[in-house]
Design a protein around this ligand. Sequence first.
Ligand code: HXC
Length: 513
Amino acid sequence: MSIKENLKKLEEKTKEAEGLKSEIQHQKGKLTARERITLLLDEGSFFELDSFAESRFSQFGMDKKRVAGDGVIVGFGKIDSRQVYIYSQDFTKIGGSLGEAHAKKIVKIMDLALKTGTPVIGIIDSGGARIQEGIASLDGYGSIFKKMIKASGVIPQITVIVGPSAGGASYSPGLSDFVFMVDKIGQMYITGPEVIKSVTGEETSFEALGGSEVHSQKSGCCHFRFNSEENCFLEVRRLLSYLPQNNLETPPIKKGLFSDFFEKENLELSNVIPDKEEKGYDIQLVISEIFDKNSFLEIHKDFAKNVVVGLALLQGEVLGVVAPQPKVLAGVLDVDSSDKIARFVRFCDAFNIPLLNLVDVPGYLPGVDQEQAGIIRHGAKVLYAFSEASVPKVSLILRKAFGGAYIALCSKHLGYDKVITWPSAQLAVMGAEQAVKIIYRKEISAAKDSKKERAEKAEDFKKTLSCFEAAKMGQVDMIIDPKDTRKVLQEIFSSLKDKREAKVSRKHGNMPL
Ligand code: HXC
């Protein structure tokens, strides 16, 4: 046969195989590895690498199947005209399982991404370590994890789970900056239901064990959850539009042509805080008033809802926002929300994204459960992350900032560049009601009418918590009218643009983990 005839035959065979395989994926409600790349990247921008790579184990008869490409498509392309490296696992080839050649392909594009300062996106649809290849497949994971850790804080790493992510496959998401999952098809676990049953006797399903709901609400392993692959890929594109390509760049500026014309006072903000001190309100109202219209991209939306974190634009400039949510558990900090904040702050700091805290926080959550779950260890992460962050960091106190949460989210001694407040703000070790019960315990119990005595003492004590008292000590830099919030924040962040902070020389700190 001539070369031409050979090529034609190869093309026909490939088409035949791909056609059959795509049907299998579609029947499972999933797209194929290649369709996913096409959907995610700018049209026609993808270039595949290593499409002929094969496992050396097939030559030894351990796996006789033809697996050109070894179950993963890798290459580079563009999103909004900016380069990304990408890999997409092909479940139709040996279950997308990871063998030696498969791993080498992923490591190769990660090396290229590191050299060129380019984000990496991994699309996971895999049965985990390829059993036939023994420790060669485990070593494959080892090499990927090592590379991911080297790339951490240098280039953004995103993982999308659109199939099983079993065993070793789960630590790539575990090491990523952001994990996206799609309902019903994305399932992530270290050991599957069968193994669990044989070891512990527990009965469970793939979905209950590692579905998107569980990972976005309970484990916190998933940052973004979607009902379809199409919506998921759109949001990956949106997230990348907020991020720099690497740690040496600043985030892109997304200012609209006529943004300046639409500047406005935040009149709504004067009415956000309820008259009753203990009443909750939705911090999203404050966020949507302050930032550019519809620009808030919430991260970890369904996890630890007592704190909201995400990226938003202020006159086109990207900021990382950390905001306790007064309408959920009064916005108190607990074990999960501490982890959520610390991880987010570390990401922003690594990628030059300035931080803004919108603070209305009663403190860390009291309780036996929380103490035993390690609120000291987890809460310390928030202190560590904020203290170490060298990007511009600003705290705006809306209503209250009490106790350890005050230190973590607003203390100038932790290194905040500016602490500003609305006039309603109170800063204290604890609320007045709690405080007088401790410091006036004897007087209150000796009084004829203890309830009245306590209320009077609390009213009196409250005056000492006012932000005007803190401003006298220099702990608050500015007290602003809520309606000027957006304008003032723009000026403050602009004044901090050239912030420089010297680093101490050490191998690395020992962050509480
Ligand atoms: C080799 C695998 C494989 C694997 C799946 N396949 N997983 N081949 N190694 N790890 C193959 C199957 O043999 C099958 O081949 C094809 O892929 C499709 O798999 P099915 O089971 O038919 O698909 P489905 O019913 O959809 O089930 C998907 C699945 C299941 C739930 C992921 O395949 C499964 O449980 N796989 C094993 C998952 C696992 O335990 N992985 C951990 C590996 S250990 P044929 O030829 O029949 O089409 C590991 C190291 C742990 O990762 C390290 C911890 C850090």
